[in-house]
Design a protein around this ligand. Sequence first.
Ligand code: NAD
Ligand code: UDP
Ligand code: UDP
Length: 344
Amino acid sequence: LEKKIAILEGRVPQKYPEVKFLGYKERKRILVTGGAGFVGSHLVDVLMTQGHEVIVVDNFFTGRKRNVEHWFGHRNFEMIHHDIVNPLYVEADEIYHLASPASPPHYMQNPVKTIKTNTLGTINMLGLARRVGAKILIASTSEVYGDPMVHPQPESYWGHVNPIGPRACYDEGKRVAETLAYSYAKQEKVAVRVARIFNTYGPRMHVSDGRVVSNFIMQALQNLTITVYGNGRQTRSFCYVSDLVDGLLGLMASSYTLPVNLGNPVENTIQEFAMIIKNLVPGCRSMVATGAAVEDDPQRRRPDITVARDNLHWEPKVSLQEGLQRTIDYFKEELSRTTFYNNQ
Ligand code: NAD
Ligand code: UDP
Ligand code: UDP
């Protein structure tokens, strides 16, 4: 940490992670919206180490400069503080459009803004893609399936979404984003890719992100009660972030243009998940308590990843055990960082 502070204060020069050299013919200029967020920053790391030029656009609503600060000053890296609800004029060969709050408490905090980001923001990025002839990948979500009546969920399922419920700003916002993508593809010949991302976790999730993985790990590390919402029989399937990033890169590179589920098909109840995390934190004395259910909480979720397997030759590699261990190590460090600052 002290080394990091010294770098930030300019007392020692920044050392960058190793970056491959690419000739100008292979090197692409890649725009990542939401690139200072959890998933975006991991994607930026891979694109940078591959030797591409990366432009991050973010308004820091839920993202942090700290997630990408190790690239500050690198000649292939550029960061623009911008809200994508407003038009943006830059040049790019490819666009990964990830800007949107993703955690339920965040996207419900200002539902109108969530809708604007996913509709107006997506129109702006599709307009940009159209103007410069860039290929664009839209980060959609398993939430387009709502509280699903089909299990596991294949891409052909149209979903079961309450259009006026508390999650609608996000679910319907992403559904419109998909509709916009295919409308621009049809009408304006924009090359689009659509990833339906299922629950993803890993280092750089914010400690107060509010999603289940960060909540449970933070509670377990501090011996606080692990808060299961509802009876805990609802299920989710958790994908480690490096697997998701591989899937996003594979989808962008592929010629498959319809939506693709990206997620890990290993499914657990939330009650089981609480016990898995408790058991991975040595000496954890947390109780697991059930409480009030949240409105419109999807009851079962597991991706059918046949399309990704067949067309991208992709499937997740990191086990839940291994991924959670890495994530717990990260949150441990975050906790000690908070303690360090509190003691200053
Ligand atoms: P995140 O909240 O960590 O990152 C989102 C980023 O977008 C943040 O850096 C935020 O500041 C930025 N942003 C939000 N509104 C913006 C705006 N109007 N203008 C510019 N920047 C804006 O979330 P994440 O988990 O990294 O999610 C990234 C994308 O993947 C989102 O589109 C999300 O909907 C999608 N997704 C994620 C998951 C998951 O489990 N992580 C699941 C499904 C879909
Ligand atoms: N847009 C943008 N950057 C660009 C090109 C367009 O932000 O490089 C925005 C533009 O402001 C417009 C939207 O994207 O509101 C949609 O663009 P499009 O060309 O489809 O529509 P039009 O400009 O005709 O409204
Ligand atoms: N959840 C929980 N306790 C928490 C946070 C979430 O029991 O502290 C539950 C939530 O009700 C949902 C599941 O965990 O059933 C996943 O929630 P999350 O917010 O991570 O993502 P979602 O898949 O609902 O968008």
